[in-house]
Design a protein around this ligand. Sequence first.
Ligand code: ADP
Ligand code: MG
Length: 632
Amino acid sequence: MTNMNNKFEADTGKILDIVINSLYSEREIFLRELISNASDALDKRKYLGLTDKKIANSSETAEIVIEVNNKEKILTISDNGVGMNEEDLKSSLGTIARSGTKAFLEHISTNAKDKKTDLSMIGQFGVGFYASFMVADSVEVTSKKVGDSEAWKWSSDGKTGFNLEKASKDNSGTSIILRLKKDAKEFLDETRLQFIVRKYSDHISYPVKLNQIDKKDSEIKTLNEASALWTRPAKEIKDEQYQEFFSHIGAGFGKPLLTMHNNTEGTISYTNLICIPSTRPFDLFNPDRKSSLKLYINRVFITDKCDALIPSYLRFIKGLVDTQDIDLNVSREMLQNNPAVAKISKSLIGKILRELKKVSEKDLDGYKNFWKEYGAVLKEGLYEDAERKETLLDLCRFSTNENEDPISLSQYLEKMPNTQKEIYYISAETSAQALASPHLEGFKSKNIPVLIMTDAIDQFWLPMVGSFKDKKFTSITQGKINLDELGSKNKDEKNNSKNDKEKQDKEYVDLIAQLKVVLGDQVKDIRLSSKLTDSPVCLVADEGDMDIAMEQLMAQRDSNYKGAPRILEINGDHSLIQNMKSLLSKKESKDLVSDAGTLLFEQARLMEGKMPADPAKFSKIMNQFLLKAIPN
Ligand code: ADP
Ligand code: MG
């Protein structure tokens, strides 16, 4: 093919290059992708036909036909669905990058450890059509959009670009002609085709027919079951059929973490066939946080953009809901406020959360997996769904400084010493960072477990939720925490430690005053710490101020953002601090102590992942100290 009048969008070109040149062994998936597109197109036409009788497939049956031309080695896949006009062809098949294009390229490059790239995921990223170039040297798409009078032909060898020209076609719909590669003739074979369709497309609601046009006496044959999978009784459906169904709707491959196929009857009746994919969908953390749960009314696909059907924090749920209790003529926009949709949603959320609870009790490993993939999303519900706060808190898991395997909040309460009144947590970007924090020292030495919070959403739900079973969530990097009162065994000991504390406070008055002069308004206050054991200093947020992790989030969004000054806590049991205190009593050492104070303050900033407040001064003092340690 020469003179391509349109170029592929750059990333699309890269995908095609990989698809054409791969040695991928499961090339048969191209048929799954093309049948899946045809079935979507038939769904769309059915929907349009609800309001426009001219568009409805009244005279023809909605169907997908695979035509085999043995002599010419041509395979044609046709449907009488919505079809595409010139613009659709251009944007869907070539010049506009879709969101999944980049994600798919990334997926391939991270998974291309050996030469054999796994391309079977292609459909999940919304670029499944290009799989046809695994088996065809050239592809021709002729299409006529419903309601249009002209047809268009898109053709390409998948290399440089594509041609778009006017064409003629009798019926609305799409025909895809594949000129098979020399080594792809197996896809003309009836048994092979039948096997592939049964394997991947049996659940499609429309008949997939086989027509061997140059074979004498051969009849047109329907290859699949052609009834919507979710309308069949659950006990007659095999796991593989569910899996194929879910991959068809873009819910990923392999065994889902959870499959739920139920029929609910009552004040509202509906069927749900939903799953939790075994791995995160690529767009799970897109800013729009949209769900793609499909809504069917009486087996007619209506929309996969109905926000009222399921909340954002359950957007990892894939699949569909089919109901007869909504009027087919209701417009997609009106669905958002439809009371029947609200009822279904309420019932469905309850069902999903109950099922998750069951898994959390019966299948610990399964739940651990679930939590790893989707915990951060489910926690959004703590912030957004006050009504189900308790249920959701019960489902949450957290790792602690003592347990890498996440535990529930109830388990945390069981671990607490009985002197402990609050639920302690530490926020950081990674759990390694949290574990290295000086704030944890005192808790470690007193065996008080601390929850580790590493998801951005934690900064939002924690202040909102406040407490669990009357125990307040308390950040150990914020406010004053008196660890001396915790973990002590008896009253005497407590009193002793209180006395010690008061004595220590007096001893350090001068040092604290001097450090306040040196650090000025870089710190809000300076005080003795009860939670440090190994480190000399740390920074904490004042009670009413923003917690340190929240401030980091703000700074990521706005580079000019400056947080409130912190409180510097010093460790009176640390020899460095003790030595500073003694040195201060000699007049000539005042400058040395001041410089040490500056270094310790900057060090505390570094431990929070911040730059020194004054890098030049920091380096200068540091070098003076180094020079003393490494003399001539
Ligand atoms: P996806 O199906 O995930 O959107 P594909 O690469 O398989 O990604 O298809 C791209 C787009 O091309 C589809 O979204 C659809 O708009 C259009 N398309 C493909 N095949 C057909 C068809 N048979 N009829 C109508 N539109 C089609
Ligand atoms: Mg597709």
